[in-house]
Write a protein that binds this ligand. Structure first.
Ligand code: PMP
Ligand code: GLN
Length: 388
């Protein structure tokens, strides 16, 4: 007897990051698709995780995360954004930002609720909403600046709007929301029951435009009217070059966090113990590491952009994240999906088609390169890209 299983996610295939990394491996291409560094984390971090494994931290840690790491997170947020979170009741360590986002959705969204997301949209949000019976409603970040259109957002808010999910600095565009954007959002949700999930995984990766001062990260934690209703999510994978460790966190006011933990304890219960202790040690011993990350990635952005000079790709602005968008309209009429396949197979460089982030598949012939790579990798990729 065959078992017919109606899909809970009928329109979802395998994530584009897995598809492109697999294709890159099959064709031995330079992989600038999925976002991860090709360099090592700090030796100190590796020494610390080894130390804690050998020292015996190999059983379940506390459900919400080890106290030392929750304290380090609260201290960091207080130092950077002047916002106080109680490590005991308002900070939870998660299995990456992905689990934090999913758990916040699972804790809040009921069948029939609407959740506003901004397209291009990071690929895990909409499936998370739909698996929990919610309905994703799309606002649009306007090409090529990828700025929110607040009139559109205002018009999308209804009595059924349960949640708004935001992401600045933004994957894939590299756009960064301003203080005005945050003030607009704060005024739109005032007096409503809308909760916000703020995906701040690139909080430390914000660049300068030529001559300007570095833009500050506009965390929702800076805005009282947002902070009171927000789950703020970040990822140690991005900040400490350990995407494979899958450790992140969520912070939220006590009442929201209580609901979050009810779901968290049954979705994952708790997170890799020695990694948590190692991250806590590292944050205590090298508190400036995250502060230096912007300059570190800005140098990589600038190096990649300079290496791409003379190519027929047109590079879009990049104010944050470790992704650079480029249009290939001067090179080919192919769809972005066809183009990245050919780029990988025939030219040995893998990238992400931006249409994969658009619910309607809108295709502006723009692709995403990850520049979280050694200069030798970026130079070799650009050398190939300049031949197109
Ligand atoms: N949100 C965004 C915007 C991301 O880019 C990523 C990963 N690249 C995640 C969430 C997931 O982070 P993690 O690997 O910590 O689950
Ligand atoms: N967030 C990473 C990216 O944008 C990939 C994470 C994943 O593969 N799920 O490339």
């Amino acid at each position: 007897m065959s078992l017919y299983l109606p899909s809970r996610l009928p329109n979802v295939g395998t994530t584009i990051f897995t598809v492109m990394s697999r294709l890159a491996a099959e064709h031995d291409a330079i992989n600038l698709s999925q976002g991860f560094p090709d360099f090592s984390p700090s030796p100190l971090l590796l020494e610390r995780v080894t130390h804690h494994m050998v020292a015996g931290a190999n059983q379940y840690p506390p459900m919400a995360g080890v106290p030392a790491l929750r304290e380090a997170i609260a201290e960091k947020v207080a130092r950077l954004y002047l916002a106080d979170y109680d490590p005991e009741s308002e900070v939870t360590v998660t299995a990456g930002a992905t689990q934090a986002i999913y758990t916040a959705i699972a804790a809040c969204v009921r069948s029939g609720d609407e959740v506003i997301v901004f397209a291009p949209v990071y690929d895990s949000y909409v499936p998370g909403i739909e698996l929990n019976g919610g309905h994703a409603v799309f606002a649009h970040l306007r090409f090529p600046e990828f700025k929110p259109d607040w009139d559109e957002v205002r018009a999308l808010i209804t009595p059924r709007t349960r949640m708004i999910i935001i992401n600045s600095p933004h994957n894939p565009s590299g756009a960064v929301w301003s203080a005005d954007d945050m003030a607009m959002l704060e005024s739109l949700v005032r007096g409503t029951k809308i909760v916000v999930v703020s995906d701040e995984v690139y909080e430390h990766v914000i660049f300068t435009r030529s001559g300007d001062a570095r833009a500050r990260h506009e965390s929702v934690t800076r805005y009282p009217g947002l902070r009171e209703r927000s789950f703020v999510v970040s990822s140690f994978g991005k900040t400490y070059h350990v995407t494979g460790w899958k450790v992140g966190y969520c912070i939220a006011p006590r009442a929201l966090m209580a609901e979050f933990r009810k779901a968290h304890q049954f979705i994952v219960f708790t997170v890799h113990h020695p990694a948590q202790l190692a991250l806590a040690d590292f944050m205590r011993e090298q508190p400036g590491f995250a502060d230096d990350l912007a300059a570190f990635y800005q140098a990589k952005r600038d190096y990649f952009r300079q290496q791409m000079e003379g190519s027929r790709f047109a590079l879009l602005p990049c104010d944050g994240t470790y992704f650079q968008l480029a249009t290939y309209a001067a090179i080919s009429d192919e769809t972005d999906t066809q183009f990245v396949q050919r780029l990988t197979k025939a030219h040995g460089v893998a990238a992400i088609p931006v249409s994969a982030f658009n619910p309607d598949g809108e295709d502006r012939r723009v692709i995403r390169f990850c520049f979280a790579k050694n200069e030798t990798t970026l130079a070799a990729a650009a050398e190939r890209l300049r031949t197109l």
